[in-house]
Design a protein around this ligand. Structure first.
Ligand code: ZN
Length: 160
């Protein structure tokens, strides 16, 4: 990776950790399926709770919010996930799952794969994290919480 790009990515991560997006109260219209999941990363001390609201008919995610404290990587990653959600105007369950899988693949690749920017947006800025095994959990925290929320939504849909 070029140094310029590296610097740009660093800056983006810093920006997101300083002014995180997607915090606040969950907007869940009556009848929505809601799910909330808390994740803790003991190796770094990061913790966050990520909540979603979903359409009870389709499972489509209509809102995503989070709260948490931790290192700049964990906070920036959750913020970027929120930004991606907002830019796309929400996710279907499949879209959310595809993005989580792509992010996990990138972050566990040790820099060996070229991430899909169409899928991951600014989250590609976190690609450098894959070189640092200890930080992988930091970067994954918000995404793992979302994954747990999605399982809840899928289960709720089946029960309908
Ligand atoms: Zn961390």
């Amino acid at each position: 990776m070029s140094h310029e790009l590296d610097d740009l990515y660093q800056q983006l991560i810093l920006e997101h950790s300083r002014r995180p997006m997607g915090k606040g109260e969950l907007d869940a219209p009556e009848g929505s399926i809601t799910a909330s999941h808390h994740e803790y990363n003991p190796s770094c001390g990061d913790e966050l709770t990520l909540s979603i609201a979903a359409n009870p008919e389709t499972g489509e995610l209509t809102d995503l919010k989070w709260e948490g404290q931790g290192c700049s990587i964990s906070m920036a990653s959750a913020s970027i996930l929120s930004q991606l959600f907002k830019e796309e105007g929400g996710f279907t369950l499949e879209e959310a799952e595809t993005r989580i899988a792509a992010f996990r693949e990138m972050i566990q690749s040790r820099g060996t794969i070229e991430p899909d920017e169409d899928l991951l947006g600014d989250a590609v800025a976190l690609r450098g994290v894959s070189q640092f095994v200890m930080r992988v959990k930091c970067a994954m925290l918000g995404w793992v919480a979302l994954e747990a929320d999605l399982r809840h939504v899928r289960a709720a849909l089946v029960r309908e």
